[in-house]
Design a protein around this ligand. Sequence first.
Ligand SMILES: *[C@@H]1O[C@H](CO)[C@@H](O)[C@H](O)[C@H]1NC(C)=O
Ligand SMILES: [Zn+2]
Length: 311
Amino acid sequence: MSSHLLVLSLLLALLAVVHCGPGADHGWGYDEDNGPDTWQGKCQNHLKQSPIDIRAPDVDYALLHRMHFLNYDMDGKIELSNTGRTLFAGGFESWQQKQPMIQGGGLKHRYKLVQFHLHWGQNDAVGSEHALGSLHYPAELHLVHVREGLTLKEALTRPDGLAVVGVFLAKTNDPVANNFSPISERLHDVRHSGNKTEIKNFRTKYVLPFDTEAFYRYEGSLTTPDCSEAVVWTVLAEPVAISSHQLHLLRQLHNKELVKSDKNYRPLQPLNGRRIQYRPSKLDRAMICSSAATTLTIFSTVFAFFMTMIY
Ligand SMILES: *[C@@H]1O[C@H](CO)[C@@H](O)[C@H](O)[C@H]1NC(C)=O
Ligand SMILES: [Zn+2]
């Protein structure tokens, strides 16, 4: 073997070691041997991690502007894939001027949708990553948006590089087709890890609830390695319906180990002093106004009563 070849093969071997060595993206999952307890780095030692439990004592009422979902009613082609860890929908960058985006809702920038994916659990009492007062929905969908003007890599290094919208999926016993059908109808095509399929004429608003007015907001992280703290979280208060059959289909998807991936959620992380903002719906605002009016009425009645006592 010539010395050139020897150097080349040594370099290749080194490359392989570096690429597959510890710290690489390989190997993490949701099983006992590779699950969240074993995730390293930021996942273990950082303080603004996600998901969190949204508990009333940690929530502040915030009069934020409503969130705008731009181009969410446009249709386009997406690629649905089974990554072995989640059900993943991508391809939005190629929609160009039709690419869905979000702005408003207290966000300081505009963010472009790059993918959405799902988290679920082995039974209906678990599955969503976020919880409301310790209660979980059976699944949660994450719409991942990158700050306009940044690459994904750049976005991961900024505290507000990504804006992820979390949508809870609530079980319905109504077997008729719902908005989740365009995806669930294709699940048999992506049963195995690595399988991909295309969905044409997909509208992103299919996976949003009808009412997007009310939401929770906090600063957190990716819920998968490397757990970068680069996410402005928006968790919508209103869930989207998913049937028990559709949930069953999700739990049948196979993971990298060629077995059913019946769970892919990260457990709740400590809040560590962070506050959660709650942006109410219009209805809530009407209630504030009417309760203020009631208070005023009671006050003036009492005042009038005292005046009659005095005179
Ligand atoms: C899905 O993946 C399996 C295992 O790799 C493969 O045998 C099968 O042909 C794939 N199916 C499709 C529709 O791509
Ligand atoms: Zn996620």
